[in-house]
Ligand binder design. Structure first.
Ligand code: HEC
Length: 156
């Protein structure tokens, strides 16, 4: 490997690196170490169980009904979930923990002068409430609340 290339990638470690990369044996050792680290980390990621509660929405039938209504009524044209959607109204991912049930119900029942009144039945309103609770439990949409770990991964 050319010295200028190493300087380009590791400018502060230039001298140190040019010393340890001097022999083919050292280069081979570094290659082996990096390969072992890569394979070990890949294996760990592959076998460790997923941390997210996958499938929670699907197991909760009322929440699943709310999700379907969310799609049918196209609420996403004005609202976001995890930051995706229209921007006329607020992100509703964590609305269940931010606002009271009553507060949400008022919007669903009557709309506002910007948000239309969808004439939702009691069952439909309950379905939306269940959907918002399940959605809230699935994670945080605001990245400012995330914790950054030393290995570069984030958790909520
Ligand atoms: C035409 C755009 C539009 C559509 C479509 C829409 N909303 Fe809204 N919604 C808004 C706006 C804008 C607000 C913020 C209140 C306001 O300014 O009137 C809001 C507020 C809300 C709130 C209260 C949020 C808070 O933080 O107080 C809830 C809950 C809500 N909407 C649910 C829904 C649901 C469920 C649907 C689909 C059935 C929907 N919205 C469809 C525009 C919309």
């Amino acid at each position: 490997m050319k010295k200028s290339f190493i300087i380009f990638i590791f400018p502060t470690n230039e001298i140190y690196l040019s010393l340890i990369m001097k022999t083919d044996k050292n280069r081979l050792l570094i290659l082996v170490l990096l390969s072992v680290a890569f394979l070990g980390y890949s294996f760990d990621l592959y076998v460790s169980p997923p941390k997210e509660k996958d499938g929670e929405l699907i197991n909760n039938s009322l929440a699943a009904e709310g999700k379907l209504l969310w799609q049918k009524k196209n609420c996403t044209s004005c609202h976001q979930i995890y930051g995706l959607g229209g921007h006329l109204g607020p992100d509703l991912t964590n609305i269940a923990s931010k606002r009271s049930r009553e507060h949400i119900e008022v919007f669903l029942k009557h709309g506002t002068n910007v948000m239309p009144d969808f004439n939702l039945s009691k069952q439909e309103i309950d379905a939306f409430q269940a959907f918002f609770i399940a959605l809230d439990q699935s994670g945080q949409s605001d990245p400012r609340t995330f914790k950054l770990h030393l290995d570069g991964t984030v958790s909520q």
